[in-house]
Design a protein around this ligand. Structure first.
Ligand code: GDP
Length: 449
């Protein structure tokens, strides 16, 4: 790319000149030029030690990474625990061939504290199997809080045995944060596994477990100096490379044993609701803190709004909806016969982030005329306009629900999920009608929590 820009600005002849003087001058100019025009991704990585995501559509991803299945490598597939199906790249086994896959479930810090991790791991294995991916290693972690990262690296070193590593995932699963945490941890010179221990004088295992040894920073080192040291270390380690056989630029990080960790571009999944939102609106949708689930009692003829992004009409006996979304996402319960009018009147106000806000004046704090609905969450208001497609309606009937579980998860891709539990023996069959923007995945699944 640098060469193309260079030619556009300075002309092709200079680059092709055979004169050594010109070549030297050209190389110097090109160097200067490239130094200035280094892509934002490399700039951020080298100067700030941060991986900036780039995105490609899923089909492009599949064709460009087709080589992976012919290589002897380990693949880390990062998924978002908040949106497992929306961030699970389908047909994955076919893409990676027989190479070992580690499914990293990121953002575990947002799940309620009382979850059973082994149950979630089993759940993920079942879901992977249902999608044709057997024998995957499953790791639960949080890249943001770095919980589980050290253990993960120890496990990775055992699995990869000197092989190269590819990190893949949909956009927004936290792949960059994960890579930053990983690179940070590697930059801390953590020593792993038997092989490494042998190299370091054959230190013994403690209580049968691998001992992970951090190289301590100098005692008098200030946080700023420590950050600077890490940045320098990272800058000296990170290089860019071209993935064989393609024009796809991937970031590579040298690992031990002359092997490399490759970051691949984030896969754009059009079925996620976050695709329709602006960055400031994402804050109300993507959870950053531990979720406090909201319990809603549903009866015949009630509708539940998840901000202005989804509406669920309920028909049937008493049921509980336990809503797992960002704590700041406003939830509103109202009568189904008033839901249309409420949506028209309150979208962008109490039902915010909204859908289809074109030509509507947003009047902050004007919620006095909001009588027929119960407010469950906080009413967030943004003053941005949005132009989104019309709602699509999905209907769910009892035949689609697997009653062998105590409850069933209704997933709205990117928004979260609702654990639905009928409380009494249903006198009449219940029915759910879900309205969301077009292309957004709505699905039922066995309960995660
Ligand atoms: P990428 O597009 O896959 O590279 O995703 P990013 O690393 O840019 O992260 C997307 C969003 O998820 C950002 O708002 C991150 O702060 C957030 N995020 C990433 N990892 C975690 C995590 O472990 N926990 C939480 N709560 N948020 C995370």
């Amino acid at each position: 790319k640098g060469q193309i820009y260079f030619e556009r600005f300075f002309g092709r002849s200079k680059l092709n000149s055979s004169s050594s003087d010109t070549t030297t001058a050209t190389t110097a100019t090109l160097d200067t030029f490239l130094k200035k025009e280094v892509c934002q991704r490399c700039h951020m990585l080298k100067n700030y030690g941060k991986v900036v995501p780039i995105k490609i559509p899923v089909n492009e991803f599949k064709s460009k990474l087709a080589n992976i299945r012919n290589m002897n490598c380990v693949v880390i597939k990062v998924v978002d625990i908040m949106d497992f199906s929306g961030t699970f790249i389908e047909d994955f086994r076919h893409i990676v061939g027989n190479n070992p896959v580690i499914v990293v479930c990121n953002k575990m810090d947002v799940l309620p504290a009382d979850i059973h991790k082994h149950r979630i791991e089993d759940w993920i294995r079942r879901e992977c199997k249902a999608r044709g991916m057997v024998a995957a290693h499953v790791k639960l972690l949080s890249s943001a809080s770095k919980e589980g990262i050290t253990d993960f690296i120890v496990e990775l070193e055992k699995i990869r045995r000197g092989r190269d590593v590819f990190v893949v995932g949909c956009s927004n699963v936290g792949k960059s944060t994960f890579l930053n945490a990983l690179v940070d941890e590697y930059s801390n010179k953590v020593e792993f596994g038997d092989q490494q221990e042998e190299e370091n004088g054959g230190k013994k295992k403690k209580n049968g477990k691998q001992e992970v040894k951090h190289k301590e920073a100098e005692p008098q080192e200030t946080p700023e100096k420590e950050a600077e040291r890490k940045r320098k270390l990272l800058a000296s380690r990170v290089t860019t490379s071209i993935f064989p056989g393609t024009t796809l630029n991937v970031i590579s990080v040298p690992l031990w044993n002359n092997s490399t960790l490759f970051d691949t571009p984030g896969v754009d999944n059009p079925s996620q609701i976050i695709k329709l939102l602006k960055p400031e609106e994402l804050k109300a949708v993507i959870p950053t803190k531990r979720i406090k689930p909201s319990l809603v009692h549903m009866i015949e003829g009630k509708s539940l709004f998840l901000a202005g992004l989804a509406r669920i009409d309920y028909s049937g006996g008493l049921a509980t909806f336990t809503v797992y979304t960002n704590n700041n996402l406003p939830l509103h319960l109202c009568r189904t016969d008033k839901a249309d009018a409420l949506f028209q009147r309150q979208r962008g106000k109490m039902l915010c982030p909204p859908i289809g806000l074109e030509n509507i004046n947003i009047n902050n704090n004007n919620n006095n005329n909001y009588i027929e609905s119960d407010i469950i969450g906080n009413g967030l208001v943004f003053d941005e306009k949005m132009d989104l497609s019309q709602l699509t309606k999905f209907s769910i009937t009892p035949e689609q629900v697997d009653f062998k579980h105590t409850h069933t998860d209704l997933v709205i891709s990117g928004l979260g999920w609702i654990a639905i539990k009928p409380l009494s023996k249903q006198a009449k069959p219940f029915k759910l009608s879900i309205y969301t923007p077009k292309f957004i995945d709505v699905s039922l699944r066995a309960p995660l929590v």
